[in-house]
Design a protein around this ligand. Structure first.
Ligand code: FPP
Length: 214
């Protein structure tokens, strides 16, 4: 969900205004994803590298996250959205962890769309944790690693979208993206609308996926 800062800068607003607009985009896109029949959507909300940002911005982001979970729990229930959180989120502040625990429990029975939020997430960290857990059980095989990824239980990653014109993966779902289709758009995240998601899906539908075969 890249580009919140630039969205705010273009309007001479503080960065937090961009993140607030980013949360509005999250709401709209989660609703649209359900309506479009997407089984799962993973949003990169806070990376394990985002701790390098100024303290004030980190605190703004955590505040927005807490408010989002609190205010949107009823909406998740109404839209049959199951929440999942990936990353090292248990290391976050106790109030955030408690809120997440409650939200996970309250949405556990929902079935239409899984909304996975990546929080304190880094794919390399996820892989180290998964490989360590696999090694503790025996041989390190691809299946054993998969079984210990944070995304276990989710469908395979089909399409990875990055907004704001950056063309890199930035430590996001590195294992899962092995055969994912990549889609890059110049749209800043707060400007990313359901029609943009549809355009990405339309392009995805035209791609030929060979998984290494002919
Ligand atoms: C990247 O834009 C965005 C983030 C690091 C934060 C994303 C978080 C939210 C949208 C809010 C909370 C999330 C949820 C799921 C409610 P940037 O700040 O790097 O933008 P820039 O590259 O333009 O500076």
């Amino acid at each position: 969900m890249d580009g919140n800062g630039r969205w705010a800068k273009k309007r001479l607003l503080p960065r937090v205004a961009g993140h607030k607009a980013g949360v509005e985009a999250v709401r709209t896109i989660v609703r649209a994803a359900g309506d479009m029949g997407l089984e799962a959507l993973t949003l990169y909300a806070f990376s394990s590298e985002n701790w390098k940002r100024p303290e004030e911005e980190i605190s703004d982001l955590m505040g927005l996250m807490k408010r989002f979970i609190l205010s949107d729990l009823d909406e998740f229930a109404a839209n049959d959205v199951k929440l999942k959180v990936i990353g090292n989120w248990r290391a976050l502040a106790p109030d955030v962890v408690a809120l997440i625990d409650n939200a996970l429990e309250r949405t556990a029975g929902n079935k239409r769309t899984t909304l996975a939020v990546a929080l304190n997430y880094g794919a390399q960290d996820e892989l180290v944790r998964a490989a360590t857990a696999a090694a503790a059980e025996g041989a390190i095989t691809a299946e054993a690693i998969e079984a210990h990824l944070d995304t276990v239980g989710m469908p395979p990653l089909d399409l990875l979208i990055r907004t704001s014109g950056e063309v890199r993966l930035s430590n996001f779902l590195l294992w899962q993206s092995a055969y994912a289709e990549l889609y890059f758009t110049d749209q800043l995240w707060p400007d990313f609308k359901p029609a943009d998601l549809q355009a990405a899906l339309d392009q995805f539908a035209r791609r030929e996926r060979r998984y290494g075969g002919l």
